[in-house]
Each structure stands twice: as structure tokens, then as C-alpha cells.
Design a protein around this ligand. Structure first.
Ligand code: RB5
Length: 148
């Protein structure tokens, strides 16, 4: 498990955004595993990149990641089909904090067509700083992870 490595992935709509957020994470001292797309290609498909990263998290190879697509919706749907992946589509820092505290989110999803890069950085910072509260939320997260 690469605990200190953060996965990133996104389709063409999220490509430029991913590149900027990847640089931001690296500036902050994180190592980043890029699951693609590795270049802008308008014909690429978000389920492929989101699933590649989510699958690695589901297998325990990586502990957390950041996904991008135009709205964040498609990448969220794809990632959440992988057992053990709890991907949170966030529009505010508060949503990111609560997704860590209550849902123990291991993926944050950012919409490149719905957020500015600056607001995405604020959301990402809140998510990185957030901690799972456990307690009453533990059982709920277990219930989530036991859904087929
Ligand atoms: C691509 O045009 C767009 O549909 C995709 O990035 C995403 O927003 C889907 O949910």
C-alpha cells in the first residue's frame, strides 16, 4: 500500500485541471500516481480512468485519490462501483471535511467544468486535512462497504 502516494485520474474534460492539481499536490510534498489521461484526447472515456484508479484503491494498492471529469458525476458513479471505494463529489470545503469525518471518503471528486482551480484547491486542502471520526459513523461506513 502506497499510503503517502495520492492517485489522480480524469478524462479529457478534467485533463488540464488534473495537471494543475497534480502540480499543487507535488508542491505540497505529496507523491502522485497518475492513472491518466496522459494527454488531451476528446474521445477518451471517464469510466476507464476513474475505474483504473478506483480499482487500485479497491485492491489496497493505494489508500486515496482524486478524480476529475467535467461535472465529477460520471467519475463518481464509476469509482463508487468498486467495493471499498467511497468517492465523494464535493463542491465546497465543508462537503470535503464532512466526507472525511462521516463517510471516511477515500476519493474526492472535482468537477472541472463546475469549479475554479482555486476553489478545487480549497476543497482538496479540506479533504486532505479531514479525519474520520469513527464512532457512530463506523457502522454506517461498514454498511456501505458491505453493499454488493
Ligand atoms: C465529458 O464531456 C463529460 O461528459 C464528462 O467529463 C463528465 O462530466 C461526465 O460525467
Amino acid at each position: 500500500m502506497n499510503k503517502d502516494v495520492i492517485g489522480v485520474a480524469g478524462d479529457h474534460a478534467g485533463y488540464e485541471f488534473k495537471e494543475q492539481i497534480k502540480a499543487y499536490l507535488e508542491q505540497k510534498g505529496f507523491s502522485v500516481k497518475d492513472f491518466g489521461a496522459c494527454q488531451y484526447d476528446a474521445s477518451d472515456d471517464y469510466p476507464v480512468f476513474a475505474s483504473d484508479m478506483a480499482s487500485a484503491i479497491a485492491k489496497g494498492e493505494y489508500s486515496r485519490g482524486v478524480l476529475f471529469c467535467g461535472t465529477g458525476i460520471g467519475a463518481s458513479i464509476a469509482a463508487n462501483r468498486h467495493k471499498g471505494v467511497r468517492a465523494a463529489l464535493c463542491f465546497t470545503p465543508e462537503m470535503a471535511t464532512l466526507s472525511r469525518k462521516h463517510n471516511n471518503s477515500n476519493v474526492v471528486v472535482l468537477g472541472a467544468r463546475t469549479l475554479s482551480v482555486d476553489s478545487a484547491k480549497e476543497i482538496l486542502d479540506a479533504w486532505l486535512e479531514g479525519d474520520f471520526e469513527g464512532g457512530r459513523h463506523q457502522k454506517r461506513v461498514e454498511l456501505l462497504d458491505n453493499l454488493s
